[in-house]
Ligand binder design. Structure first.
Ligand code: PA5
Ligand code: NI
Length: 187
């Protein structure tokens, strides 16, 4: 049986207490994601393979909803900001919410039909991710980007589609600001 409880979420560190699971993605685990492969190898080698992001879960398999945080480090690879892998949900009826606690970023979304949208990520904005929209978060700031996500426990992650063909747009720094450009490698 499950019992109610209050879960503390630190909006600066992203820590979730108590949490049920967590994982860390080092930059080297994001191989193939960034446009500039040579710059990627260089940042991994010379930067000591930094952590790109961490995900902390509060998830009970017996319950239909779950939540947690994503903690994204600031950084760039060849002018492209650190980002998550990006995914569709396996369940086609499952959306998600992303409520930014600290930092600044962009949520890049792409529908199955190829429509592209972005939602600004900044404290106070809760991004609504409809079902069947791939979503990737991008830390465009110089601090950690911390957001709380909430979705169905069994929404599932389909990473393959985005891994194989990328997303239609890249988010890069141009003149000190984020710019959304076409992905020349989009297959
Ligand atoms: O469920 C979500 O959308 C998030 O928890 C993401 O999984 C998290 O931000 C990490 O991104 P990704 O799973 O695309 O690597
Ligand atoms: Ni998701």
């Amino acid at each position: 049986m499950l019992f109610p409880e209050g879960v503390a979420i630190d909006g600066i560190s992203g820590e979730v207490t108590p949490s049920t699971d967590r994982y860390t993605k080092k930059l080297s685990e994001l191989s193939g994601l960034f446009h500039d492969a040579a710059a990627f190898d260089k940042v991994v080698a010379e930067g000591g393979d930094p952590i790109a992001y961490e995900v902390v879960d509060y998830r009970k398999q017996e319950c239909d909803i779950c939540f947690g945080t994503t903690i994204m480090m600031p950084g760039q690879v060849g002018g492209e900001y650190f980002m998550t892998r990006g995914h569709f949900h396996e369940r086609k009826d499952c959306g998600e919410g992303y409520y930014t606690q600290s930092g600044e970023g962009l949520l890049l979304l792409e529908s199955r039909e190829g429509e592209v949208r972005t939602v600004e990520m900044k404290p106070g904005i809760c991004a609504f991710i409809p079902p069947e929209w791939a979503h990737r978060s991008i830390n465009t700031g110089s601090e950690k980007l911390v957001f709380v996500w909430f979705c169905a426990t069994d929404a599932g992650h389909d990473y393959g589609t985005i891994r194989e063909r990328g997303m239609r747009k890249l988010v890069v720094e141009r003149d000190g600001r984020p710019a959304i450009i076409d992905n020349p490698n989009f297959a």
